[in-house]
Design a protein around this ligand. Structure first.
Ligand code: ADP
Ligand code: MG
Length: 343
């Protein structure tokens, strides 16, 4: 309902906070995006917010994985038949990134599994509750191993060699959108900004004389597990495997899928990655969730990320040494953190 309300209002709410901080709430990919800028006159901030709203509108339409009419849907239709399809310069870089992340993650992040994600019921604003998931159809799709390796790019033309391929940018599009928003603000001379899209936060510059402080949410209490001070344009991305799920006969099926099996990931509640590149951090937080408690250090090394925090459903908190060193915990007993080296 809240989501609908935001969608209908096509949002640009502006509120001046103090003399130097201006905020805007916008909407993209089913999430509210909160933008905070510092040190710019309100009129300049508003002009920038209008440009961001326009960009987000285009991304929302063209990169949508299930609402008809956008460019990704046109590409997916061509993938189903194997026809080559020309892709705009707006969308082509994301297809190239998706191929790169597939390779970097050793197949654990694969944006070609859109049909599997859809079959589980996650191509809907609210995932279906109640009815049994179509297990047989999902098994059959998974057996066709849709992969970004089946997608080739030649100039501006994309061809899919596997009819089970369907692109779904859900695992990294927020990162791409937040990166674009921060770059757009910087190009307008706005150096100090935070853009937050549903637990995924990108930063530029500082909050006055201190760094931006970013909270990492605790999925069990909806409080904050820890906070970090984001320096030099860092992004803090959390992939939550607890909010979007469907339930059948007491079993929860969450929205992060292991491309090797086609089945939802279990036992990991959330994974946070800090990196400079928000799109990579977004993809990595999803990939490491798939990798799980044992394999995440190996996959982090392949993906070139060295700051990771993972929470499993037994309440264990795992972190890389660099992440563990910078976590600031709230008052009270400090949680035990299991530190794992990245090879
Ligand atoms: P959140 O939406 O909570 O930020 P993610 O960034 O992990 O979480 O994105 C999850 C979305 O990514 C899913 O809804 C689906 O669209 C897509 N997805 C699920 N599993 C994978 C995967 N293994 N590789 C790539 N994309 C995935
Ligand atoms: Mg992600």
């Amino acid at each position: 309902m809240k989501r609908l309300w935001f969608a209908v209002l096509t949002l640009l709410t502006l509120a001046a906070c103090g003399d130097t901080e201006t905020k805007s709430s916008q909407y993209i990919f089913g999430t509210v995006v909160e933008i905070t800028v510092r040190g710019v006159p309100k009129a300049e901030a508003e002009a920038a917010f209008a440009e961001l709203a326009e960009g987000f509108r285009r991304m929302h339409a063209d990169w949508h994985a299930w609402k008809p009419g956008g460019e990704l849907m046109r590409v997916n239709a061509a993938c189903g038949t194997g026809e080559p399809v020309r892709v705009s310069a707006f969308t082509l870089p994301l297809i190239a990134d998706a191929k790169r992340y597939r390779t970097l993650s050793d197949g654990l992040f694969d944006a070609a599994i859109g049909r599997i994600v859809g079959a589980w019921g996650f191509h809907a604003d609210e995932p279906e509750k109640g009815r049994a998931p179509p297990f047989e159809a999902i098994r059959a799709l998974a057996a066709q191993h849709p992969s970004m390796d089946d997608v080739s790019i030649d100039g501006d033309t994309v061809t899919c060699a596997n009819p089970a391929v369907s692109l779904d940018f859900g695992g990294f599009a927020k990162g791409a959108a937040v990166d674009w928003a921060l770059a757009t603000l910087r190009a307008r001379g706005i150096a100090d900004a935070v853009v937050s899209a549903g637990g995924n936060v990108g930063t530029s510059g500082r909050h006055g004389d201190r760094p931006w402080r970013i909270g990492i949410r605790d999925p069990k209490t909806w409080g904050v597990i820890a906070a970090v001070a984001a320096e030099g344009g860092e992004s803090v991305y959390t992939s939550g495997n607890y909010e979007r799920f469907r339930e059948h006969e007491g079993v929860r099926y969450a929205h992060i899928i292991d491309p090797r099996t086609g089945w939802p990931v279990e036992h990991i509640l959330s994974t946070t990655v800090i990196a400079r590149d928000g799109s990579l951090a977004d993809a990595a937080s999803t990939a490491l969730t798939v990798a799980g408690v044992e394999d995440w250090p190996r996959v982090a090394a392949r993906m070139g990320v060295d700051q990771v925090l993972m929470l499993d459903d037994a309440g264990n908190l795992y972190a890389s040494p660099k992440m563990a060193a910078r976590l600031a915990f709230p008052e009270g007993p400090k949680p035990r953190v299991i530190v794992r080296d990245i090879p």
